[in-house]
Write a protein that binds this ligand. Structure first.
Ligand code: FAD
Ligand code: UDP
Length: 375
């Protein structure tokens, strides 16, 4: 039997596209997924102690886009949750993104007053300033000192651990994700909508692909199916360089190793995530009960150890945003453009973009509306 759409990958990108095609166009979809589960990197389930964990690192949904929140709300209710992160600096857990609360915890009050005054005078209250910008533009010796301090204690070593690259050698957008915030707001994100699916991400994915016109094949790499499935259109949400057999060279990715630890204690740490910019080989520890609100004895947390990506050994979690990688990606994107009547690419790996979940959903919805519906 001929299917209308073959979609490779059952993450947010693949599942949202499948849902739209089936429910809005009434066409048939087969999703093939190489892992043993749906959800891509947002997959969650219960560990042996009954704690709901995120298998591929902590996932907090946040967006300013009303239409994305509304779209997903058809498939889940939400637990409203505002993420808080502390970073260990000189032995003190300070709020991050760095804000006035962090400043007053680190410096004597009179000096913190002076720095606060200068920050507001030069950048304005409630503004967000990327660390690389403040380093470049700090107009007074005090602010120059502060910028250097924050860079050294929060960004330099963390970024080296996370990417194996210095902050200034990455696209400025990477460290700008966690800007200096001239406010007393300790939340990690300031988006209008924030939370986690009330019954977990996997349940949300199950609901997304419930439509009878959608079929799913797990444990099936696309490569094993080539020539065996009769389909009209193909959407690929895996790595674009892999699809094209690395013909222009391999795109670099960063990988992670996750070390899950269970404790019989009720709580391991005071907030969901503790960042370790300067010590240890892991970057951060996240305790899941803070995210999910689960009430029970015992707790599970995860340490994230950044790693070099080695195909076949670990997974390509992060595209690496740099000028050189953009150039290489462009070659693949141009090739993809020339084949757009046969295949569409989407997602963090298909588009080689450091998407958050809401951005992956936005990209899938836009692709559906502007390309798929127009053909
Ligand atoms: P993926 O989730 O990667 O899905 C792609 C799927 O395709 C995978 O299941 C893969 O197995 C499958 N696939 C690939 N190649 C093939 C093949 N050849 N054959 C068959 N199947 C294939 N975003 C947020 O908004 N908030 C967060 O807090 C957050 N935290 C994160 C933490 C970590 C550690 C990581 C790595 C990411 C985080 N993200 C977060 C980003 C989020 O994971 C992504 O935005 C989202 O998962 C992208 O969905 P996707 O479908 O594009 O890709
Ligand atoms: N970052 C940092 N120190 C921190 C937190 C973040 O240097 O304590 C930098 C680092 O380069 C990181 C980037 O900011 O990769 C983005 O951080 P984010 O928490 O958004 O990363 P993700 O959750 O995507 O891993």
């Amino acid at each position: 039997m001929k299917i209308d759409w073959l979609i490779v990958g059952a993450g947010f990108s693949g599942c949202v596209l499948a849902e739209r095609i089936a429910s809005q166009l009434g066409q048939t979809v087969l999703i093939v997924e190489q892992r043993s589960h749906i959800g891509g990197n947002a997959y969650d389930d219960y560990d042996e102690h009954g704690i709901l964990i995120h298998h591929y690192g902590p996932h907090i949904f946040h967006t300013n886009a009303h239409y994305i929140w509304d779209y997903l709300s058809q498939f889940t209710q939400w637990r409203i949750y505002h993420h808080q992160v502390l970073a260990l600096v000189e032995g003190k857990p300070i709020p991050i993104p760095f804000n006035f609360n962090s400043l007053y915890q680190l410096f004597p009050t009179r000096y913190a007053d002076k720095l606060t005054h200068q920050l507001i005078q030069h950048y304005g209250l409630n503004t967000k300033i990327p660390i690389l910008k403040i380093l470049e533009t700090a107009p007074t010796p005090d602010l120059k000192f502060l910028a250097d301090y924050i860079y050294q204690n929060l960004f330099h070593h963390y970024t080296l651990k996370q990417w194996g690259i210095k902050p200034e050698a990455l696209s400025p957008g990477v460290t700008a994700r966690v800007p200096i915030h001239l406010s007393r707001d300790n939340r990690y994100f300031q988006d209008q909508y924030q939370g986690l699916p009330k019954l977990g991400y996997t349940k949300l994915f199950n609901n997304l692909i419930k439509h009878p016109a959608i079929k799913l094949l797990l444990n099936t790499p696309y490569q094993e199916l080539i020539g065996q499935i009769d389909y009209r259109h193909l959407i690929f949400t895996g790595p674009i360089d892999e699809y094209f057999s690395y013909q222009f060279g391999e795109l670099p990715y960063r990988s992670l190793h996750f070390n899950f630890i269970h404790t019989p204690d009720h709580q391991h740490q005071p907030v969901a995530t503790l960042n370790y910019p300067n010590d240890y080989q892991f970057t951060r520890i996240t305790e899941f009960k803070h995210l999910t609100g689960q009430q029970m004895q015992g707790s599970t947390y995860v340490e994230e150890y950044p790693q070099t990506y080695q195909p076949g050994h670990n997974l390509p979690y992060y595209p690496i945003p740099q000028e050189e990688t953009r150039e290489l990606y462009r070659k693949y994107a141009n090739l993809a453009e020339s084949l757009k009547h046969q295949i569409l690419f989407a997602g963090r790996l298909g588009d080689y973009q450091y998407y958050n979940m809401d951005q992956a959903v936005a990209r899938a919805l836009t692709l559906f509306k502007t390309v798929i519906c127009q053909n």
